[in-house]
Design a protein around this ligand. Structure first.
Ligand SMILES: NC(=O)c1ccc[n+]([C@@H]2O[C@H](COP(=O)([O-])OP(=O)(O)OC[C@H]3O[C@@H](n4cnc5c(N)ncnc54)[C@H](OP(=O)(O)O)[C@@H]3O)[C@@H](O)[C@H]2O)c1
Length: 336
């Protein structure tokens, strides 16, 4: 694919200049700080109606208040499947197609003793499984958009720090030798493989799914690192890192740029799709399929069965007039 006109210095405002998002709905997880807040701010400034999530409704409200534009705060704890379901139901109650879903929220660090969430290691549970379930519960609304985009904020730690075998399915409970750096890398590889597999499963639809590395940015993501690592991360971010405005650029570019309407299953860095040729896992079909199956099995009791809309009912994105068909579900009747 052609090189984009943007690079590591581009900001979220620059990559969205001239893009009008009026009438579009964007959902962003983890809107209260860092990259998620800047992504929400810029998408709202371009006219999108934004739903921003946080574990704390108060924090989400406060973040939304700081943004010029239309924002709705919703509570979401990605570690809790019930919270994910409730968040998705809240979004669905807006009765609006979803144009952009940015899976941005994330957790990193915590020490070399695993923290378990429902028996699953926390990085994997929050960064991957929570978003896996959220996408499942919201996908139907992305189908209804003119061109839905799923953007998964991963990290280059996916190919730098993940275990040698990519995803260590036998140790998702954190058993055996545990290092939080490796666990974070594994969860970010899961982010990349999820977008890759989604890209394949959504072929033939108008929904795209892509993953990205935002850059190294001094945000609250280091809050769980030990003081030495925190210091090191801050030095690295100040020497070779990006500002938050630059850090949100790749998310905003992948979420909105007209040149990417048919680009799916890719991994981006610095506003360009890149292929990490010397890594065996980043585009590994068997690993991505297995990750999908294991994730679906783990979240089975909270997932919904997905049906593709019958496009023969639509003409230019609108249901054909005068045809007496049942809506896809009762709630969607309000969208017609
Ligand atoms: N900063 C970097 O250098 C860097 C590099 C590569 C990738 N990334 C990725 O970029 C994304 C954004 O990170 P950031 O740097 O902007 O970090 P951040 O400032 O710490 O923001 C993380 C966001 O995630 C939310 N969050 C944390 N735990 C959550 C949970 N259990 N359930 C739901 N929401 C949760 C937080 O909201 P509340 O605390 O209000 O709930 C916060 O809004 C992450 O996925 C991260 O892995 C960052």
């Amino acid at each position: 694919m052609p090189e984009s006109p943007f690079d590591e210095d581009s900001t979220a405002e620059e990559v969205t200049a001239d893009i009008d998002l009026s009438g579009k709905l964007a959902v962003i997880t983890g809107c209260t700080s860092g990259i998620g807040f800047e992504t929400m701010r810029v998408l709202a400034a371009r006219g999108a109606y934004v739903v921003g999530t946080s574990r704390s409704l108060e924090r989400a409200e406060s973040a939304c208040h700081k943004v010029r534009g239309l924002c709705t705060p919703i509570a979401l704890e990605l570690a809790d499947p019930e919270s994910v379901v409730q968040c998705a139901e809240h979004v669905r109650s807006l009765k609006t197609p979803i144009d952009i879903l940015v899976c941005n929220a994330g957790v990193r660090g915590g020490g070399n003793q695993p923290v378990l969430v429902n028996g699953i290691e926390r990085h994997f549970a929050v960064n991957h499984l929570g978003h896996f379930l959220l996408v499942n519960r919201l996908l139907e609304r992305l189908y209804l958009a003119w061109q839905g985009r799923i953007v998964v904020v991963a990290s280059r730690t996916a190919y730098r720090d993940a275990p040698d075998n990519g995803i260590d399915f036998d140790r998702l409970d954190g058993s055996g030798r545990y290092r939080d750096r490796e666990a974070y890398g594994q969860s970010k590889l899961a982010n990349v493989l999820f977008a890759y597999e989604l890209g394949k499963r959504l072929r033939g639809t108008r929904i795209t799914a892509n993953a990205l590395h935002p850059g190294v940015i001094d945000t609250d993501i280091d809050r769980n690192l030990n003081p030495a690592l925190r210091f090191g991360f801050r030095i690295l971010a100040s020497v070779s890192g990006k500002t938050v405005e630059q850090g949100a650029a790749t998310s905003c570019f992948v979420a909105t740029h007209p040149s990417l309407g048919a680009t799916s299953g890719k991994y981006f860095e610095d506003c360009n799709a890149v292929r990490i040729a010397d890594n065996p896992h980043m585009q590994n079909d068997a690993l991505a399929e297995r990750l999908w199956d294991v994730s679906a099995e783990t979240m089975a009791s909270h997932m919904v069965e997905l049906r593709r809309p019958d496009w023969s009912e639509f003409e230019n994105g609108l249901r054909r007039p005068g045809e007496n068909r049942e809506p896809i579900d009762s709630e969607q009747a309000g969208n017609e």
